[in-house]
Design a protein around this ligand. Structure first.
Ligand code: AP5
Ligand code: MG
Length: 195
């Protein structure tokens, strides 16, 4: 199974690009944010547990996230060639635990694609989406700021972590959806060709 990670700040285009990549490369798109929002919507025990954290723009604890990821990637999957992880891992302990999980099943990460965008574009995109969709963490500027702070303090260290492992690709996420998609596909195609 292939494992691709798509990394980037809020609004970078992780979800948008992951959906396109999942379709093109027969991957299962795992968006931890979407999963947690569905749990909140359904009012499950997990949803009740994480609601306040998500709506304030903080990160859910590592233990909860790892349980969630472990469950999905261990389920039997038919008709897919791998996974695209969107929004996970988001902390160093999550990244280390993922490496361990994958090595235990003799899998590894094929590539980490980092969508790099500037802060003004983050606000532009999220405030645009706030008009279209009803995501509680998109509504207040202070919540978006919290998400950005969480990203810088807890997620950004993953850039060095994965760069040191040599499967890290940075692209500027501020181009059109189509241009960014083309660029990511060319990275994936090159990796696959080398195998
Ligand atoms: P999550 O849902 O992952 O939110 P996020 O990281 O803040 O990212 P977004 O979903 O806002 O942005 P995106 O990069 O997916 O961009 P999108 O494609 O939508 O996480 C939410 C919360 O869940 C977290 O804050 C945390 O509480 C919790 N959580 C989730 N995973 C966790 C974990 N592992 N550990 C702990 N907590 C966790 O694009 C944004 C907008 O821009 C869209 O409107 C889109 O149409 C548009 N757009 C996209 N690309 C372009 C482009 N190239 N040009 C113009 N517009 C574009
Ligand atoms: Mg998303």
């Amino acid at each position: 199974m292939k494992f691709y990670i798509i990394l980037g700040p809020p609004g970078a285009g992780k979800g948008t690009q992951s959906a396109l990549l999942a379709k093109k490369y027969s991957l299962l798109h795992i968006s931890t944010g979407d999963m947690l929002r569905r749990e909140i919507e359904a009012g499950t025990e997990l949803g009740i547990q994480v609601k306040q954290t998500i709506e304030s723009g903080k990160l859910v604890d590592d233990e909860t996230m790892l349980k969630l990821i472990k469950k999905i990637i261990s389920e039997p999957q038919e008709g897919i060639k791998g996974f695209i992880l969107d929004g996970f891992p988001r902390t160093l302990p999550q990244a280390e635990a993922l490496d361990k999980m994958l090595s235990e099943r003799k899998d590894s990460i094929s590539a980490v694609i980092y969508l790099d965008i500037d802060e003004d574009i983050i606000f532009q995109r999220i405030s645009y989406r706030a008009k279209m969709e009803d995501r509680k963490d998109d509504m207040e500027r202070s919540t978006i700021e919290n998400r950005i702070v969480q990203y810088h303090t807890k997620t950004e260290p993953l850039i060095v972590y994965y760069s040191n492992k040599g499967m890290f690709y940075r692209i500027k996420g501020d181009k059109s959806i189509e241009e960014n998609f083309k660029e990511i596909c060319s990275i994936i195609d090159k990796i696959e060709y080398k195998r």
